[in-house]
Ligand binder design. Structure first.
Ligand SMILES: CC(C)(COP(=O)(O)OP(=O)(O)OC[C@H]1O[C@@H](n2cnc3c(N)ncnc32)[C@H](O)[C@@H]1OP(=O)(O)O)[C@@H](O)C(=O)NCCC(=O)NCCS
Length: 210
């Protein structure tokens, strides 16, 4: 019996749990520090907070942090890593990940997503529903490629950046750390650290909060 523990019982957590069960895990258990105020996440009970997960980690063959916020996800990922939890990846069976791509531990790849040859995705990443990461891309830790966003080949993205729903990034672009690319943006120039960019062509809207 393969049991997966998920830390983070929100909407993103439900999608990760669903993908995990579709990809060969037999059971999932949710943990969230909102317990005991929150007891349920969709069809699954929440059974405790992060300390309960650490105490019970021997019961699980895999553990993953399923928090949408990148900074919080990476922090909890590092905590579990330091505690020796068996961190894992989840790849939905309807995703296509090249055998020549590398996924860092703690990364999830959702249904309909594609990660092509020689792409390298860091730890605790999210390649969300229908997103594509083309050949030779380099993604740092806790990068989120949102649903339907597309990275052309040789794109580099720094730690903690977020590419919004339906955005497109031209080949070879270098996007810094903690960048937020808005919904539907078209990135045709490099983006420095810590900026929000929107529109076509993508232009700065301000500084990102995280
Ligand atoms: C870019 C983004 C982070 C900006 O959020 P924000 O700082 O709260 O900005 P606001 O919503 O206050 O909007 C500020 C201005 O930018 C405009 N704007 C916001 N997002 C925009 C976008 N994606 N494209 C074009 N213009 C945008 C707003 O219309 C507004 O214009 P105005 O000042 O003329 O009224 C956000 O709109 C966004 O696109 N987030 C990505 C969401 C996403 O992909 N979620 C996926 C979850 S899986």
């Amino acid at each position: 019996m393969k049991r997966l523990a998920l830390l983070g019982a929100g909407g993103h957590g439900k999608v990760v749990a669903d993908a995990a069960l579709a990809s060969g895990w037999d059971a999932v258990d949710f943990f969230d520090d909102a317990w005991p105020q929150r007891q349920q996440n969709g069809p699954w009970p929440i059974t405790g907070g992060v300390s309960a997960l650490l105490e019970r980690r021997q019961e699980f063959q895999g553990v993953i942090v399923a928090i949408g916020d990148g900074a919080a996800r990476l922090e909890k990922h590092r905590t579990l890593q330091a505690a020796g939890a068996p961190l894992t990846t989840v790849v939905h069976p309807a995703a296509v990940v090249s055998r020549y791509a590398v996924l860092g531990v703690g990364t999830v790849v959702m249904a309909g997503a594609v990660v092509n040859i020689d792409a390298v995705v860091g730890q605790a990443g999210i390649i969300n529903t229908g997103a594509t990461v083309d050949h030779d891309c380099r993604l740092g830790d806790a990068v989120h490629i949102c649903p339907g966003a597309h990275l052309s080949g040789h794109v580099q993205i720094g730690h903690g950046s977020w590419i919004g729903v339906g955005a497109a990034v031209k080949q070879g672009m270098v996007i810094g750390e903690r960048v937020m690319v808005g919904v539907g943006a078209v990135v045709v120039q490099n983006v420095p650290d810590g900026l929000i960019v929107v529109g076509n062509p993508a232009a700065p809207l301000g500084a990102s909060k995280s």
